[in-house]
Design a protein around this ligand. Structure first.
Ligand code: ATR
Length: 291
């Protein structure tokens, strides 16, 4: 008997709660379609209390899925295998299903690095990075930088103890003196502002038009890159200030695109057209295309 053609279509999803505004279906579907891969990528709202049920039931029918807030950490004990990087970070954003076994990965940090200008990627070993924030995104990006090998990384956070927790958790992937921490707006922070070649905001500051107070721009090197992982708005208050001062800026859409591309590659073995994915995403973010 001939199989139902629907069953030959590969199925993928992004899960989270809330999930309504996720751009992942749009960018992943564009990549599948361009490569003529018969696949459907949908969004599924999974409440925290239903995560285990999702894994045992619906997830077995998916070839793979992405995970967003609030499940990235809680999904770990429910999976069969976790990639070493995801283990260090303590969060998974991509799952591959094979024979009802679930394999967890984290592509956020490498996605961020791939989104950086090529001259920065080529010179990581000479880069002194000041990363602001100590949440999930900060953990993923820091782990990637440390494993790829930067000259120095300083994690600055409002609550210093959260940055120190990352330093402790990452002791085994970081050689001595590579990773340091400081409190936002401290003397050490200001010293780091003077030394950094790349300053990254991974906090939610900027999301709703908010900005950092007491950020001493006069200390920032003229050659520094200023980067923000917030992509809506694309030009955050931090980037607006940086532009005013003629500093080089790096916007947040690339991280979403490249973490998605790396997930796509894990599922299909093919690296997708990231230019197309970016175009689709930017179109959705413009006022006329906003959903
Ligand atoms: P993620 O989305 O990366 O998982 P998160 O876990 O929600 O982020 O963490 C948010 C980050 O934004 C934290 O580093 C937080 O700082 P604290 O740990 O000190 O709370 C930071 N953050 C949020 N609002 C901030 C503000 N007004 N000023 C400075 N940092 C702020």
């Amino acid at each position: 008997m001939q199989k139902n053609p629907q069953s030959r279509i590969k199925k993928f999803a992004v899960i989270g709660d809330p999930i309504e505004h996720s751009l992942s279906p749009l960018i992943q579907q564009a990549a599948f379609d361009e490569l003529n891969i018969k696949a459907q990528y949908i969004k599924i709202r999974v409440k925290e209390k239903d995560l285990e049920k999702f894994i045992t039931k619906r997830a077995t029918k998916l070839n793979g899925f992405n995970i967003t807030i609030p499940h990235k950490e809680k999904i770990i004990p429910l999976l069969d295998w976790i990639a070493p990087r995801a283990q260090v970070i303590g969060a998974v954003n991509t799952v591959l299903q094979h024979n009802k076994k679930f394999f967890g990965f984290n592509t956020d940090g490498d996605g961020y690095i791939l989104s950086l200008p090529i001259q920065v990627q080529k010179n990581l070993k000479d880069m002194q990075v000041l990363l602001i924030g100590a949440g999930g995104a900060a953990r993923a990006i820091s782990a990637a930088f440390l494993q790829k090998g930067v000259k120095k990384l300083c994690i600055a956070n409002r609550k210093l103890n959260k940055a120190e927790k990352i330093q402790k958790d990452f002791a085994k992937i970081s050689s001595k003196n590579k990773l340091m921490t400081c409190a936002l707006e401290s003397t050490t922070f200001n010293k780091q502002l003077q030394q950094a070649n790349l300053i990254i905001n991974t906090t939610s500051v900027g999301l709703h038009g908010t900005s950092f107070e007491n950020f001493d721009w006069s200390l920032v090197k003229k050659t520094s890159f200023i980067s923000d992982i917030v992509y809506n708005p694309l030009i955050t208050p931090l980037l607006k200030e940086a532009k005013k001062r003629k500093l080089k800026i790096h916007t947040g859409e690339g991280m979403l695109v490249y973490q998605a591309a790396l997930a796509f590659e894990l599922w299909t073995g093919q690296f997708p057209n990231t230019q197309l994915m970016k175009q689709v995403m930017l179109k959705a973010l413009t006022p006329s295309g906003r959903r």
